[in-house]
Design a protein around this ligand. Structure first.
Ligand code: PGA
Length: 256
């Protein structure tokens, strides 16, 4: 099984100064991430401060929460792959449902963003997930596999190993109502089967599938024990260093 991954998606929270303080607290609480890969995704404006708060080599890996597919140009307000790469990012979260909902991100654009990330050797964390209406209407599988295949269209077998998937049911994000571990495992299985039928079982082995949506220290263990779940994408509960450290600890225990 690939190394487990715990990602903290800070969303639009924390200034650069606050971010540095959080990273310092986290380093005290988690002196050694060990067998777990820990990724922090603060806002763009806090990436540099978060990086500078850590010794080199960084114990925690930096991720951006988005990027634009062009490298430079007249795109007011946008941030490109080389810009976040220079700040030390190794990962980038793409296709988050909040971006789809509030900023018009769509599968074709997300595909272009994934290609831009790969061109610059950034590892995309692609988010997919169904709405409550989709789930209640029995469309979960169709929706998530459709998003997966459209967003990864044209990606080679070689590039696939750079990809991480996060299954995040829209109805579970920020609601305090997570999917059940069984619901998550079922969707992860479907996603894995879809990857395997398009790229072959060998090529999709290194692809990790995370669960996200109201993950907390109280429920994280139930997801992480599943052999279908390679880690978690944590929003709200990652902003408190104590609770984020607890979830990293749970992943360390499961990874053994
Ligand atoms: P949440 O967010 O943990 O606050 O539900 C998860 C996410 O949006 O990635």
């Amino acid at each position: 099984m690939p190394r487990r991954l715990i990602v903290g998606n800070w969303k639009m929270h924390k200034t650069a100064t606050e971010a540095a303080a959080i990273v310092q607290q986290l380093m005290k609480l988690v002196p050694e991430p060990g067998n777990v890969e820990v990724v922090l995704a603060p806002p763009f404006t806090a990436l540099q401060a978060a990086g500078q708060a850590m010794p080199i080599p960084h114990p925690f890996i930096l991720a951006a929460q988005n990027l634009f597919w062009e490298d430079q140009g007249p795109f007011t307000g946008e941030i490109s792959a080389p810009m976040i790469k220079e700040l030390g990012c190794q990962y980038v979260i793409l296709g988050h449902s909040e971006r789809r909902q509030h900023f018009g991100d769509h599968d074709e654009g997300i595909n272009r963003k994934i290609r831009a990330a790969l061109r610059h050797r950034l590892r995309p964390i692609l988010c997919v997930g169904e709405s409550l209406g989709d789930r209640e209407g029995g469309r979960t599988e169709t929706v998530v596999t459709g998003q997966l295949l459209r967003c990864l269209d044209g990606i080679s077998k070689d590039e696939l190993r750079m990809i991480t998937i996060a299954y995040e049911p829209v109805w579970a994000i920020g609601t305090g109502r997570p999917a059940s571990p069984a619901q998550a495992a079922a969707v992860h299985k479907t996603l894995r089967a879809t990857l395997a039928s398009s790229w072959g079982p060998e090529a999709c082995k290194p692809v990790r599938i995370l669960y996200g949506g109201s993950v907390t220290p109280e429920n994280a263990g139930e997801f992480l024990v599943s052999d279908q779940v390679d880690g978690a994408l944590v929003g709200g509960a990652c902003l408190d260093p104590q609770s984020f450290a607890k979830m990293i600890g749970l992943a360390q225990n499961v990874a053994g």
